[in-house]
Design a protein around this ligand. Structure first.
Ligand code: TYD
Length: 133
């Protein structure tokens, strides 16, 4: 089974331009408790390098692009986020890395839980151990 799972955001466009509405439990498959966005990422910087114990997320590049790597401890897949109408679902216990941010990249992330540092798994060997591959 692929780690890459998309959610489509129907664009509500008209002759003025485009609009996307994100609704909890509708376009986004969970109750959104937190929204954050990453922007102004310096060239050559990679982010992430962690997994979560209990957190569902949807990531969408509203502007620009970045390369997302997802890893379940056994398989590693990568995908480009480069569309404001496609969100990538990132489940818990999935290692994620973000690379190759374009200068204009604004990466919006919707999360099912409030921020909790204790929910992070920041060591890849710990992650593999938890996954017990
Ligand atoms: P971090 O999760 O390490 O960023 P990334 O995984 O994208 O590289 O977060 C960077 C800092 O921001 C860290 O000090 C934690 C803080 N932070 C919050 O306070 N709230 C949040 O919702 C997030 C995502 C991060």
């Amino acid at each position: 089974m692929s780690l890459i799972e998309w959610v489509d955001f129907p664009p509500l466009g008209d002759d003025r331009g485009s609009l996307v509405a994100l609704e909890a439990e509708n376009t986004v498959p969970f109750v959104i408790k937190r929204v954050y966005y990453i922007f102004g990422t310096q060239q050559g910087v990679a982010r992430g390098f962690h997994a979560h114990k209990n957190l569902q997320q949807v990531a969408v590049c509203v502007t620009g692009s970045c390369r997302m790597v997802l890893d379940d401890g056994k398989n590693r897949e990568e995908v480009w986020l480069d569309s404001p109408i496609k969100g990538l679902i990132i489940s818990d216990l999935v290692w994620r890395e973000m690379h190759d941010f374009s200068e204009d990249c604004v990466l919006l992330v919707l999360a099912s839980e409030h921020y909790d540092e204790n929910d992070y798994i920041r060591d890849y060997e710990d992650f593999k151990h938890i996954k017990r591959w």
